[in-house]
Design a protein around this ligand. Structure first.
Ligand code: ZN
Length: 63
């Protein structure tokens, strides 16, 4: 079996770099909130109520 080194594409880098301390993720079902307390690289796959949690943007104008 061949070991293949695959370069990351831009989307993967953007995703990895987007994991930073202080970001808040929410669950659209139960309003559970999760705050990232440690940054890092890799894919963040948060789930709650069987659905992926979404990044909460507190500085937006959404009510
Ligand atoms: Zn939930």
């Amino acid at each position: 079996m061949q070991t293949e080194y695959r370069e990351w594409d831009f989307d993967e880098w953007e995703k990895a770099w987007s994991i930073s301390v202080g970001e808040v993720y929410t669950c659209s079902e139960c309003r559970n909130m999760l705050i990232v307390s440690k940054g890092g690289t890799g894919s963040l796959d948060l789930k709650c109520c069987g659905k992926p949690m979404t990044l909460y943007r507190g500085c937006g104008d959404a009510a």
